[in-house]
Design a protein around this ligand. Sequence first.
Ligand code: ATP
Length: 308
Amino acid sequence: MKNTILKVESISKRFSNVLAVDNISFAVNRGEIFAFLGPNGAGKTTTLRILLDIIKADDGKIEWNLGGNSHHMPQPNLIGYLPEERGLYLDIPILKSLVYLASIRGMDKTEAKKSALEWLERLGLADRAKEKLQVLSKGNQQKIQFIASILHKPIFAILDEPFSGLDPLNQELFIEFIKEINSKGTTILLSAHQMHLVEKVANRVFLINKGRELYNGNLLDIYKTLGNKKIIELHYKSGLNENSLKNFKGAENIDVVDQSIVKLTFEQNTDIKSVLSELATTDGDFDISTHKPDLHDIFLYLVKNYKI
Ligand code: ATP
């Protein structure tokens, strides 16, 4: 437990007829960025709320080790939490609200003000410091929520859907901020459904679907073990005829992404020439591209193979 900040053992949570979290165990180690990853309704937020004692699990055990009493909920000054829903005061000036929140989490007010202004500057919101949160756009409100969750320099930050409401440029900016905060000593547990973003920032991932674990481990290992495939993508220029691909030889998996894109998964040692000659006789007008599986492909593969 020395290097483990949080240990979760076999937690479950049921809401009437939905088993939102089904016997989940994992541990977060000091210094890492641990990502909870899964589609809408997978059980991510429920798990995070259980960790923070906002709701109680039906079963299971949670152990914290952030200094002090290691078995109970840590002090608020040690933790940062970015909730999925907006949780700040809408009708109080932004800077005032940020300074207040950091100060009740143990930060000196002068330092909090200086640091809040720096963050507002970096996020392009310095000129809005005296405005009320309610007048900001959804994405800008998310930026303020983010500042509020990390301003007091917590040892451990739990970020629920940090990329929500942000445009692609700001998503990239947040990735850099998360890395920076982590490099300065904050261990991070984040939840998200955007696999392409999580791939850029996490050391370890917990893939979750319908409340259950699909994979828990190192991000690099997942590529070694499950990413050892070839993916061929067909981009249809006009309507796709799904039947034409039904009996495609050698494909482990055929994923119709939408009406213009189909992904075919093959074993690593598949002879691509024979695949291409079969594609040449397949109905439809499409372009072909190949790539290694990304996290999204691996997730789909796991969902399909575990038949949850
Ligand atoms: P999202 O990415 O959409 O936020 P999530 O992975 O965070 O999804 P949860 O919010 O944890 O998923 O929800 C998991 C399941 O539990 C869903 O089926 C949801 O409808 C259900 N659920 C969550 N909270 C409640 C509640 N308070 N009462 C009833 N059902 C709930």
